[in-house]
Ligand binder design. Sequence first.
Ligand code: PLP
Length: 420
Amino acid sequence: MWGRRLLSSPLSPGRCRAYRARAALAQLSHVLEAELESIRGAGTWKSERVITSKQGPHIHVEGSRGGILNFCANNYLGLSSHPEVIRSGLEALEKFGAGLSSVRFICGTQNIHKNLEEKISRFHQREDAILYASCFDANAGIFEALLTPEDAVLSDELNHASIIDGIRLCKANKYRYKHMDMQDLEAKLQAAQKHRLRLVATDGAFSMDGDIAPLKEICSLAQKYQALVFIDECHATGFLGPNGRGTDELLGVMDQVDIVNSTLGKALGGAAGGYTTGPKALIDLLRQRSRPYLFSNSLPPAVVGCASKALDLLMESNAIAQSMVAKTRRFRSKMAAAGFSISGNDHPICPVMLGEARLASVMADDMLERGIYVIGFSYPVVPKGKARIRVQISAVHSEDDIDRCVEAFTEVGRKHGALP
Ligand code: PLP
């Protein structure tokens, strides 16, 4: 039909272009539908629940009646809706405007950005710091700027996707060591001796398992083989260690970890933003070379205001950082007593190990029916046969909230045969 029409009445150049554009769109739609169907078929479709209130331990979720107890945010210290954090964000918005309409080096640096960078480096006891729009960007921007084909990067196999992507972008020689396996790291360090610089990269705390990198051992291997140490502290900054400085403080190696990347989007107010903190020369180089910093807008003032206040609160006293330790222990010990297996060590990420993907998914749905919001994770996010429900404790959960969560787990676990 089309062929006949084309022969009998040739299309004008304009109609020909429109026809090709429609054909390209039809082809794209065909490819996308097949891809989407394969995601659905694999059972890995991620849907989003819509929250209609502030982030916090008690939220409202579209489609659910009444309040919901929230156990799946990275709001470890409850600062996302802390009145002083919100006020500070509002003040910065009023005084410094909605945003800079610019990248930092053109016309996008305000005194609040410089003050926040100074505060971050003081908090971590490092020489300098640089802000990014997210920690994903900080991870995307560091390896390529720092490492050349003469160098090597050694990365834990379970590192966060943003570290993996950042490493993919750099031209250094890549070594992947088995998760937290120090023998394997040592073997890889030996193999990497031939390169100019060696950088060991690890999450401080791993978000799927709630386990903590053995930084003491990593640092001593780094010393032995003259390597640098980089940690991603997204799930540690603000609450691990006696003063909430992170995994390096917890394990007594603040002076041996060279570079820290972290987020302002989890414990530190939860708005957005990330940073690198470390030696001044490194930060100077990142300001010159790091692509997500150079080619992306400055952090909005309201975000800077919120994070800055969160850091003030943490530097004034360690009470907030410490307030969640007891709650995490309460949840972990009560769940273990009920017969559940919780992975990780003393971290507020408490993965309830269930094994089967379907079990994790139906239990999470049943928990929501009981007013408790938790999320099931299964393959490919976690290894096959290691499906789990990840529970995250916050300093602002009350003991009663935690006990309600344990009771609901016990009921739902019995109902689905996860408990005797
Ligand atoms: N690194 C880790 C370990 C994370 O868990 C995340 C966020 O999920 C990121 C980096 C990215 O942080 P941001 O949300 O600031 O981009």
